[in-house]
Ligand binder design. Sequence first.
Ligand SMILES: Cc1cc2nc3c(=O)[nH]c(=O)nc-3n(C[C@H](O)[C@H](O)[C@H](O)COP(=O)(O)O)c2cc1C
Length: 195
Amino acid sequence: MNPIDEIKQTRNEARKVHDANADVCFLALASPEGEASVRTLVLRDINENRFSLFINQSSPKWQLLSKGANYQLLLWYPSQQRQFRIGGRSEPIDSEAVRTNWHRRPAGSKYLDYVYKEFAPQSSSLDSREALSVEIERLKSLHKPDDMTPPEEVTGVDLIANDIEMLDLNRDDRIHDRVRFTLSAGAWSSEPLVP
Ligand SMILES: Cc1cc2nc3c(=O)[nH]c(=O)nc-3n(C[C@H](O)[C@H](O)[C@H](O)COP(=O)(O)O)c2cc1C
């Protein structure tokens, strides 16, 4: 069994029934000091064992990922009663692909990427919400969304899985099905785990 096929199939089924989690994932990171952080992100693409995310280089998560921080990616599809925990290494995505996609983003997301570059990094403190509104109005007066170009800091990251754990809750007897998949020399092997 290939866990990537399992994930793709589960995600497709989740999409069909409008599962709110079908297009998102939960990324946990550990800092060098061992401080944990977790956030919801749009899961852009799954290509072979690569899970693609789009992020901004001003963000704390990029600061960690770019230094090779340990991560775990969690997928949970309530409609399918299936959870996947994914581990491995990470790699920046070829920025051209990210820049092409950026043009399709909603106006608000484009203005925020300009905010991160010209006003304050993502996740930094604001003096007031009003200060951000003033900055957004300033940017709107200068740029029409269709004419905007992606700042250099717009980037993506591929999480390249070599360790995937599936938990399937679809058994009537509640003795859940739990399997760990490990990628070695290009082939996935699996072992059952105590659920
Ligand atoms: C449904 C949902 C989707 C999100 N998608 C993204 C995303 O694709 N990229 C992103 O940078 N932040 C996204 N966010 C915001 C992040 O969860 C987070 O608040 C932000 O990226 C700052 O994270 P950081 O301080 O850990 O770097 C999303 C949040 C939600 C609730």
